[in-house]
Design a protein around this ligand. Structure first.
Ligand SMILES: Cc1cc2nc3c(=O)[nH]c(=O)nc-3n(C[C@H](O)[C@H](O)[C@H](O)COP(=O)(O)OP(=O)(O)OC[C@H]3O[C@@H](n4cnc5c(N)ncnc54)[C@H](O)[C@@H]3O)c2cc1C
Length: 381
């Protein structure tokens, strides 16, 4: 089959891709098994990625970013996802940086974006609470203004990068009586912060290298100038406006995961023998692989068109929701086939498709569940 090159690629991006692939192969892949055992990737790899200019690539140079566009981010997501590296929470870090870029005051952008681009502050987003996930209006974490500070009490759960996070975009209630309009986002610097506590990385059925954690806030004092955008009650609108960007990231990762799984499975069925011939010679294998290759190409084509829309600033909520639910659902189905074609080896964590299969399950849940995606699409009718 001819190699498929996305229409948005060009020579400069091909060089960027080569550099990213080299970094992932040499600095990440050899450590993935350890990261999975330790349930986090450590701060060192963030600093290295930042030093090489691989973080915040679509943030303007004036704020310490690389001054590229969404395609430069996509290249990193793809090179990670194709190799099954899921512990490095670059997506969440980028989304946190975009909250700052799109909604922060000039001082907030100038202070935090360069540090995030250098990987000196690992970013996280604290929305979900034990009592509120899909229904974010139900969050209870309270930030009460006392003089020139907010006093924060509450907890968050399932926070990606939570264990390593040095900067948390924390969704809080500044006025519990006002529903969505009483919600704000606080920029919380976590180092040596009295009253702030991080739980152990949570034990999950996949994404073992990712430090998904609980965060606890007990009388935590945050300077009032860390309110994102500088005025209270805008948190919900700020969250909503960046959702297409976030959902597209999950869809991009799903499409690239499918490509990585297809390549690994094709190689496997060519080399594995049963009944005196390669698995690829059985008609069932050929048909299953043909289906998987077709779904992968359809996903690539759809996601590429969403990337183009995002680049033009035209990606709407409904289309981004379609991309998120469809790509993650289809990725899960095709990974199941890839595991099956590997036989018992497909169930062994040392095989790429086994790790991808377990890691992919959560992509239908986080970033807004796939049911919520369908709800959002239906609202656009
Ligand atoms: C590994 C991992 C990483 C995560 N990372 C982050 C993070 O970095 N930051 C963060 O804030 N959160 C994060 N989350 C949380 C994640 O976004 C939530 O788990 C998700 O939004 C669902 O919320 P919930 O778990 O409370 O489920 P619920 O909202 O309780 O949903 C349970 C079920 O009910 C369904 N449901 C709910 N409402 C409706 C409806 N209106 N119509 C139809 N069905 C509905 C859901 O689709 C789901 O199937 C992460 C979760 C995981 C597992």
């Amino acid at each position: 089959m001819k190699d498929f090159v996305s229409s948005w690629m060009d020579d400069e991006l091909a060089m960027h891709r080569a550099a990213v692939a080299r970094f992932v192969e040499t600095e990440m892949l050899p450590h993935d098994a350890r990261w999975r055992a330790e349930h986090n990737v450590g701060h060192g790899i963030w600093r290295k990625a930042g030093a090489l200019g691989l973080l915040c690539t679509d943030i303007p140079v004036a704020y310490g970013g690389a001054g590229g566009d969404f395609r430069h981010e996509v290249v990193l997501y793809e090179e990670l996802a194709r190799r099954g590296i899921t512990g490095f929470g670059q997506g969440v870090h980028s989304i946190a940086a975009h909250y700052l870029l799109n909604h922060g005051t000039a001082a907030q952008k100038a202070r935090y974006l360069p540090l995030m681009a250098r990987g000196e502050l690992v970013g996280a987003i604290g929305m979900t609470e034990p009592v509120a996930g899909s229904d974010l209006q139900g969050i209870r974490t309270r930030a009460q203004r006392v003089g020139e500070e907010y006093v924060v009490n509450g907890s968050k759960i399932f926070i990606t990068n939570g264990y390593l996070a040095e900067l948390v975009m924390l969704v809080v209630k500044t006025d519990p009586g006002l529903g969505a309009k009483g919600t704000s986002i606080l920029i919380v610097e976590t180092r040596d912060l009295p009253g702030y506590r991080v739980g152990r990385p949570l034990e999950k059925i996949g994404m073992h290298a990712q430090d998904t954690s609980e965060l606890f806030f007990d009388q935590v004092r945050v300077p009032a100038d860390r309110l994102l955008g500088g005025s209270e009650g805008r948190g919900f609108a700020q969250l909503m406006s960046d959702l297409p960007y976030e959902r597209l990231i999950v869809a991009v990762q799903a499409a690239a995961t499918m490509e990585g799984a297809l390549a690994a499975t094709t190689e496997y069925v060519k080399s594995r023998k049963a009944f005196g011939k390669a698995l690829l010679e059985f008609q069932n294998t050929r048909f299953k692989l043909a289906e998987v290759a077709t779904l992968t190409r359809v996903a690539r084509t759809f996601i590429d068109s969403c990337i183009q829309q995002q680049l033009k600033g035209e990606l709407d909520d409904a289309t981004a929701s379609m991309a998120k639910w469809w790509a993650t659902d289809v990725a899960q189905q095709m990974l199941d086939e890839c595991v099956q074609l590997h036989g018992g080896y497909g169930y062994m964590s040392e095989y790429l498709v086994a790790r991808m299969y377990a890691d992919a399950r959560v992509t239908r849940i986080y970033g807004g569940t796939n049911e919520i995606m369908k709800e959002l699409i239906a609202r656009s009718f």
